[in-house]
Design a protein around this ligand. Structure first.
Ligand code: BGC
Length: 794
């Protein structure tokens, strides 16, 4: 039976989710329910906790740094396969918003600041994911490029900028045939994205002729009639609040055309039939981990390598010190709700370096606290409830005072817990009103221990039978995600002796908010001064240093942007003191966005690893040892000064407006237009070999565009990859094509780069060719464009 025979009520039922993560089914019409999960770095949830282990790929910014469509397609395929393994039909990924400002809380989830790089890699990811029968839902349409007040702010953006920059990646996703798109929480030019008829109905459905499904971001539907008439097809999550049965009511009352609801239902039904069956197979485990190492290394971006210190040769540097917090506490990923539970045995960079370099690694010192915000809680459970021997015992109660017998008990080995009250929680937990975590901690040193506690509701912390902290006030309801994931915690000091065993009890009384969180930890008495002094001494005594610095995942969260672009001050001090103590220092950074690197000239080498996923360790060891190339090129610009970024502040004005005043001149385009040199340019980076570009030519490719050809020669003594980049300079410097090529030592190859006509057009009440003869510049990064060719657009 086809969907055209559905009744109005049946059609309406398809316009809202059935549950938090699923769509409605109509079995007699052959319309299955679709199960969804959050991405893009892997399959998150639906149970959001550390036991729900799944494969973690490099973050999109790291994939963006690879500039490699074929690789990104394979990563998408891996995630699609992982979804199959976890019985998920649709991934809420990729994220096609742009790294407009380095302060954006979710910048690590964006491929790039450039729409072409983002759209092409996003399209490749979509094709890979869908090649095994898992649908990809591109998000968040549109201008959700920041987090501050994301559920109320209004992006004010001119039509040309909207078309050429922010909608462009979604248009490419539509061309790639994505299953659907998620509308953003914010408004654009006054309209909620979930009601923005000009964007969803007129542009995406009308002009792009995109036949996928448009669903609201979670709880981001605001109305029945304006949403349906604007083109929204599906309210998520379910059960319905605005669509569903109300869609039928709106038709009966004549406020919405029957054909509109039929269109919405057909889109949902078509997607369900397309992705609800016929699945491929997940990647075999060994292949998956090999790909994750390859993908991480492909994004590692080497921006400095004086005296060819890398690859690090133990014959030249027999005693290597590994320093820095992120060697032992890496940031594999960001801290959004799409956080993946990484397998507990994922190799730390430090252990991987030790395995690869053996005795050449003579010492490790973190130098600063590896968990500056929220330390771990190294506890054993207060009671044995499930045989687990590490972590805290969690008891859930039906009353706010944790009185009587718990509804349920379990052991959880994490310092940060999240629950979607009444939504994620199953069975007994629906009634939970409070959680108590209890464990036993053994002090490892004499002195003041700092205990941390934070959460979304009223809190109590008891150490060794004494209540040391209490907060009775409740967090106001609303978008609590920033608070939830920021790890902001209160801290109390308790004196302990080495070997002393204490019980720790942390209690959370649930707030009225949609999601609940409780987090805790304990920090021993080791001081930052002592840690820093040990690291500097270790640097001095070694022949070379690998210093791994960076963020913790709570630096990148939802609903919160960053306040500045700097690493924590103590890490900058560590870099400066270590580089002064040992000039042969390689600084490895583990940061998911553009950040202040004004210290970089003090280091002999700088390698940006972004958030590289669960194979960070192995990839780093192989790249530092020279077994693999660092294959990345900058996916974003790092400016010399914050004031140089075309867009920095993400704070909407008093009216809630966030003006995109830089227009089309986002990222490198803005710096180039103002003649400002960046510290690290968009597209820059190199591997361990050298390349020469020569013999550029261009030929028309029918009506659709042009093909630029260029001879690329590997002039070095080892194999490596180059990214050939093509830009136009008018009306502003703009990437119009790119291609990554792998070449053996001494090999020359003619590389072909397709330039679509659209890349040489601008929007002026319609797409207009740039007039006459347009010069294309070809080279190795946005400022290193040594070759030029002319094309005639007429
Ligand atoms: C995020 C989306 C995500 C959704 C479901 C929202 O808060 O903005 O990116 O897909 O939650 O978890």
């Amino acid at each position: 039976m086809s969907e055209t025979t559905l009744t109005l009520d049946e059609m309406a039922s398809l316009t809202a989710g059935a549950s938090m993560w699923s769509t409605a089914a109509i079995p007699h019409a052959g319309i299955p329910s679709l199960a969804m999960a959050d991405g893009p770095m892997g399959v998150a949830g639906p149970r959001v906790d550390e036991r729900d282990v799944s494969l973690l790929t490099p973050a999109p910014v790291a994939l963006g740094a690879s500039w490699d469509r074929e690789l990104v397609q394979r990563v998408g395929r891996l995630v699609g396969g992982e979804a199959i393994r976890r019985k998920v039909d649709l991934m809420l990924a990729p994220n096609l918003n742009l790294a407009r400002s380095p302060l954006a809380g979710r910048a690590f989830e964006y491929f790039s600041e450039d729409p072409l790089l983002c759209g092409r890699l996003g399209g490749a990811w979509i094709q890979g994911c869908q090649s095994v029968g898992t649908g990809a839902v591109a998000k968040h349409l549109v201008c959700n490029d920041s987090e501050t007040a994301r559920d109320s702010m209004n992006a004010v953006v001119d039509e040309r900028t909207l078309r050429e920059v922010y909608l462009a990646p979604f248009e490419m996703a539509a061309q790639a045939g994505c299953a659907g798109m998620l509308t953003a929480y914010n408004k654009v030019n006054g309209a909620w994205c979930a009601e923005a008829g000009k964007i969803v109905r007129d542009v995406a459905k009308g002009e792009w002729i995109f036949d996928g499904v448009f669903m609201s971001d979670w709880f981001g539907t605001h109305s029945t009639v304006p949403s349906l008439n604007g083109g929204l097809d599906l309210e998520m999550p379910g059960p319905a609040r605005f669509l569903g049965a109300k869609s039928a009511g709106a038709v009966v009352e004549g406020q919405v055309d029957l054909e509109r609801v039929r269109d919405a239902a057909e889109r949902v039904a078509r997607t369900a039939r397309r992705f609800g069956r016929d699945k491929g197979a997940p990647l075999p485990a060994a292949e998956a981990s090999g790909l994750l190492v390859e993908a991480a290394a492909a994004g590692f971006t080497l921006v400095r390598n004086d005296d060819a210190i890398l690859p690090l040769d133990p014959a030249r540097y027999p005693r290597i010190a590994v320093l820095g917090p992120n060697a032992s506490a890496p940031c594999f990923q960001g801290g959004t709700f799409a956080k993946i539970a990484v397998r507990p045995d994922a190799l730390l960079p430090l252990d991987a370096l030790r395995a690869r370099f053996g005795d050449a690694i003579v010492v490790y010192e973190p130098g600063v606290d590896p968990q500056p915000k929220l330390p771990r809680m190294p506890a054993r459970p207060a009671r044995d409830v499930d045989g687990c021997t590490r972590g805290m015992t969690l008891d859930y109660f039906d009353n706010p005072d944790c009185a009587g017998s718990p509804l349920l008990s379990e052991t959880r080995d994490t310092n940060s817990l999240t629950w979607f009250h009444g939504v994620h929680a199953a069975g007994a937990l629906q009634q939970a009103a409070a959680t108590r975590a209890s464990g036993v901690v053994t002090a490892t040193a004499d002195g003041p221990h700092r205990f941390y506690i934070g959460g979304t509701g009223a809190l109590r912390l008891v150490v060794d039978g004494v209540e040391v902290f209490r907060r009775d006030d409740q967090l106001a309801p609303g978008d609590v995600m920033g608070r939830l994931k920021s790890g902001d915690a209160d801290c109390v000091t308790v004196d302990l002796r080495a070997g002393q065993v204490v019980t720790v009890v942390a209690e959370l009384r649930y707030s009225p908010a949609r999601c609940q969180g409780l987090w805790y930890g304990v920090r021993g008495p080791d001081s930052n001064d002592a840690m820093m002094a040990r690291a500097v001494a270790a640097a001095r005594a070694a022949d070379a240093v690998v210093l791994v610095v960076g963020e913790t995942s709570d630096a990148s969260v939802e609903s919160k942007d960053r306040v500045d672009t700097r690493l924590p001050a103590e890490q900058v001090e560590l870099i400066e003191r270590v580089c002064a103590a040992n000039p042969d220092t390689v600084v490895v950074t583990n940061v998911g966005h553009a950040f202040d690197t004004r210290w970089e000239c003090q280091a002999k080498a700088v390698l940006h690893c972004w958030y590289p996923g669960e194979e960070f360790g192995r990839a780093l060891a192989q790249v530092l040892a020279g077994d693999r190339e660092p294959g990345g090129r900058m996916p974003v610009t790092i400016a010399c000064d914050d004031a140089d970024y075309p867009a920095l502040s993400l704070q909407p004005d008093a009216n809630g407006d966030l003006p995109y005043s830089e227009g089309t001149r986002v990222g490198y385009r803005g710096l180039a237009a103002r003649g400002i040199a960046p510290r690290q340019a968009f597209g820059a980076g190199f591997g361990y070999t050298t390349f020469a570009l020569d013999g550029v030519a261009v030929a028309a490719n029918g009506q659709d565009g042009w093909t630029v050809t260029v001879d690329v020669r590997n002039t070095g003594t080892r194999a490596g990859a180059e990214v050939v980049q093509v830009y136009r300079a008018v009306p502003e410097l703009t990437l119009v094509g790119f291609e990554k090529v792998q070449l053996a030592a001494g090999e020359t190859r003619m590389v072909r780069i397709a330039i679509e006509r659209r890349r040489l057009q601008t929007w002026q009440d319609g797409w207009m060719d740039l007039p006459g003869s347009v010069e294309l510049f070809v080279g190795r990064s946005s400022p290193d464009l040594s070759l030029a060719v002319q094309v005639n657009t007429n």
